[in-house]
Design a protein around this ligand. Structure first.
Ligand SMILES: NC(=O)c1ccc[n+]([C@@H]2O[C@H](COP(=O)([O-])OP(=O)(O)OC[C@H]3O[C@@H](n4cnc5c(N)ncnc54)[C@H](OP(=O)(O)O)[C@@H]3O)[C@@H](O)[C@H]2O)c1
Length: 293
């Protein structure tokens, strides 16, 4: 008998948008392969007991390319082709370029860019032969506009955006859809898990960029905790994209992302940069002695 369920593979399902995506696909006509890092695997598996839908957990660190190869090969062998790949796992460094260390920058790129690209390369041959499939990469407003202290994060999402755009052209003749969903501010744990390279944590930072960190950090925390956008609402948008007959290449993941995209499109670029600079939180204190001294 022909299998009617579609196979969906999602990375980074331990929490946040990934976890909500898993819930969104559950109970519908899908078999969901949900991956989390090894350290979360047992708890994650336990959290799935009693679910009526079919969720198959996998341990995957997206920066471990061999691990990615094993997981995708395993799914292809046991369950058949992956219909929808959702590259959701991501991390975010909040450190200015001068203070970013190479190792952390490499980790930022490995997680948000090289890992997803590797998974895409693994699913593409099968999708191409079947002449169908969907790849959804979770980008960010940070993949459209760069903000101070978030250079490495933006670089990783800009890279994801550029590669996805090229891929869109490359695989369209094979009937494969590529989409980038760009959430703006989402009230998830992501901002609590934000990483600081080389001890640049704003809590005890007295360096030249102390005010950059302090103001950006307070500002982002304020918006992220007050926004009505939740991992659930972002996941609903991503799910809708996965169901569109002709999904667009770029889709705003939250209403603020639509607004930022609109601003970026309509404002003359020089004015846009001037306006954004003037609007940065506490900008008049940046480059001066730390506020708290
Ligand atoms: N939250 C926002 O405001 C926002 C805005 C724009 C875009 N996004 C994007 O949305 C996606 C999901 O973010 P979120 O808000 O749900 O953040 P989150 O709550 O921090 O979740 C991130 C997920 O990625 C996983 N992950 C991190 N590094 C990994 C690795 N090396 N291998 C496998 N999994 C890894 C995390 O696993 P662990 O639990 O093991 O750390 C977690 O499951 C990310 O790509 C993020 O850049 C988020």
């Amino acid at each position: 008998m022909k299998e009617s369920r579609l196979n969906v593979f999602i990375t980074g399902c331990s929490t946040g948008i990934g976890r909500s995506l898993l819930n969104e696909f559950c109970g519908k006509e899908f078999r969901v392969f949900a991956s989390v890092r090894q350290s979360k695997f047992e708890d994650f598996k336990a959290s799935l007991t009693g679910r009526l839908c079919e969720v198959i957990p996998y341990a995957l660190d997206v920066t471990d390319l061999d691990n990615g190869t094993e997981v995708i090969n395993d799914i292809h062998t046991i369950y058949g082709p992956i219909d929808i790949l959702i590259n959701n796992a991501g991390i975010s460094y909040r450190t200015v370029i001068e203070e970013m260390c190479d190792r952390d920058e490499a980790l930022q790129m490995a997680t948000n860019y090289f890992g997803p690209m590797h998974l895409i390369r693994l699913v593409l041959p099968v999708m191409r032969k079947r002449r169908k499939g969907r790849i959804i990469n979770i980008s960010s407003v940070g993949g459209m506009m760069a903000m101070p202290t978030m250079a490495a994060y933006s670089a990783s999402k800009f890279a994801l955006e550029g590669a996805s755009e090229a891929l869109w052209y490359e695989v369209r003749p094979f009937g494969i859809h590529v989409s980038l969903v760009r959430p703006g501010f989402v009230n998830s744990n992501a901002f609590r898990k934000v990483k600081y390279s080389r001890g640049t944590d704003p809590e005890d930072n007295k360096g030249a960029y102390a005010n950059h960190y302090r103001h950006m950090s307070t500002f982002i925390e304020k918006i992220t905790t007050r926004t009505p956008c939740t991992p659930e609402s972002a996941a609903r948008t991503i799910y809708k994209v996965s169901q569109m007959k002709h999904p667009p290449l770029r889709i705003a993941g939250t209403p603020d992302a639509s607004f930022f995209s609109y601003l970026r499109r309509i404002l003359p670029r020089r004015f846009y940069h001037w306006l954004l600079y003037r609007s940065l939180p506490g900008i008049k204190t940046w480059g001066k002695a730390p506020d708290h001294e």
